[in-house]
Design a protein around this ligand. Structure first.
Ligand code: NAD
Ligand code: DAU
Length: 350
């Protein structure tokens, strides 16, 4: 039986992960520590509210005293660190929060784990959830990122994640902390906050608003359905080698403009209207420093842990669009005044 501390468990991937974990490991205990920033939403977790093996605690990963107290009172043996500022565009508008949570917050967690587990916790593990963006940008035709690719982050977001990855690595080499890191490609699926490309486009299309495509829309991302990411993290927690990093990715390289067209076609089909949604596509000024292409070589996790994605992009995207169509109350509620302020700031030049 494991006792997990999941940080950032009220966000998109964290909430999917907690539900996944309790479904597949029903005897384990999961404590969700989340600060409930704009991206954290307890509505994502209502289906497990009554589960006696689940507990939510509101707190900041930068608050050392609080983190230590949770580790001790809950006898935590496994930490899964999702908590982060996660949106590249927000990191360009205001990098400070990214340095604070992503770098200092990870440091606080590592220190707390080192001190607590030094007191004799067996079978402990610290899994740090990171991103493919730490590797920088690929040109067309270049080989996908492997775990050996040198870090070359280009945005304040990816630089802060890269710094946190380095700290995690150092805590293994210096102190022997039992860490593993996963570097994953772009996730999509239910409960993703509608500032990210796919939910933003779905919701704007439903409301007949412009669908903003940065630059020429030729940038490429490697898309993975969120449940496949959760299974990958599970595999690494169970059987990943301590001190190692594992790339996780979908082998699904798609240009942004093609994704937007696919979303439009799905909405035309699922909720027909007079005008094809693709007419709403609007090219807007590019993201500063916009990485051209990400692509993951996931052969290490396939080879060592037998993980591979189960969802095709077509099936995952159709499920995702259907989910947003069926969950309008969810996305209407997350779009509060601060959301509108952010959208105004981000897209004002469009
Ligand atoms: P998200 O923005 O949806 O959720 C982040 C969560 O962290 C929120 O619930 C928020 O309240 C919480 N949080 C933020 N600051 C905190 C703090 N100081 N203390 C405690 N909680 C705090 O993010 P996501 O898309 O679910 O990403 C989760 C993790 O996965 C991040 O570390 C991100 O870098 C990584 N990742 C994301 C993707 C992706 O495509 N979304 C891909 C690879 C890796
Ligand atoms: O690669 C993993 C990363 O994927 C994660 O580490 C990040 O947390 C996650 O946010 C995501 O980063 P991206 O910047 O790739 O995701 P986003 O959904 O913001 O953008 C996807 C692509 O779509 C990117 O090339 C920018 C473009 N885009 C995005 C938005 C919001 C647009 O063209 N228009 C938009 O309005």
């Amino acid at each position: 039986m494991k006792r997990l501390l999941v940080t950032g468990g009220a966000g998109f991937i964290g909430s999917n992960f907690i539900k996944y974990w309790l479904e597949h490991h029903p005897l384990d205990r999961v404590v969700n520590l989340d600060a409930l920033t704009y991206a954290g939403n307890l509505e994502n977790l209502t289906s497990i509210d009554a589960n006696p093996n689940y507990r939510f605690v509101r707190g900041d990963i930068c608050d050392a005293g609080f983190v230590v107290q949770v580790l001790e009172s809950e006898h935590i043996d496994t930490i899964v660190n999702f908590a982060a500022e996660s949106h590249v565009d927000r990191s360009i508008l205001g990098p400070a929060a990214f340095v604070e949570t992503n770098i200092r917050g990870t440091f606080v967690l590592l220190e707390a784990a080192r001190n607590y587990w030094d007191k004799g916790a067996d079978e402990s593990r610290f899994l740090h959830v990171s991103t493919d963006e730490v590797y920088g940008s690929l040109n067309q035709g270049a080989a996908p990122f492997t775990e050996q690719t040198a870090f070359a982050p280009n945005s304040p977001y990816s630089a802060s994640k890269a710094a946190s990855d380095h700290l995690v690595r150092a805590y293994f080499h210096t102190y022997g902390l039992p860490v593993v890191t996963t570097n994953c490609s772009n996730n999509y699926g239910p409960y993703q906050f509608p500032e990210k490309l796919i939910p933003l486009v779905v919701i704007n299309a439903l409301e007949d608003k412009p669908l903003p495509v940065y630059g020429d829309g030729q940038n490429i991302r490697d898309w993975l359905y969120v449940e496949d990411h959760c299974r990958g993290i599970d595999a690494v927690i169970q059987s990943g080698r301590v001190g190692e990093t594992y790339n996780i990715g979908g082998c699904n390289e798609i240009r942004n403009i093609d994704i937007v067209h696919q979303v439009c076609a799905l909405i035309d089909q699922m909720r027909p209207s007079r005008r094809p949604k693709a007419e709403l596509i609007t090219f807007v000024p590019d993201r500063p420093g916009h990485d051209l292409r990400y692509a993951i070589d996931a052969s290490k996790i396939r080879r060592e842990l037998g993980w591979e994605p189960r969802y095709t992009f077509e099936a995952g995207l159709a499920d995702t669009v259907r989910w947003y169509l069926d969950h309008e109350p969810w996305w209407s509620r997350v779009r509060d005044g601060l959301y509108h302020q952010y959208m105004e700031l981000q897209y004002r030049k469009s």
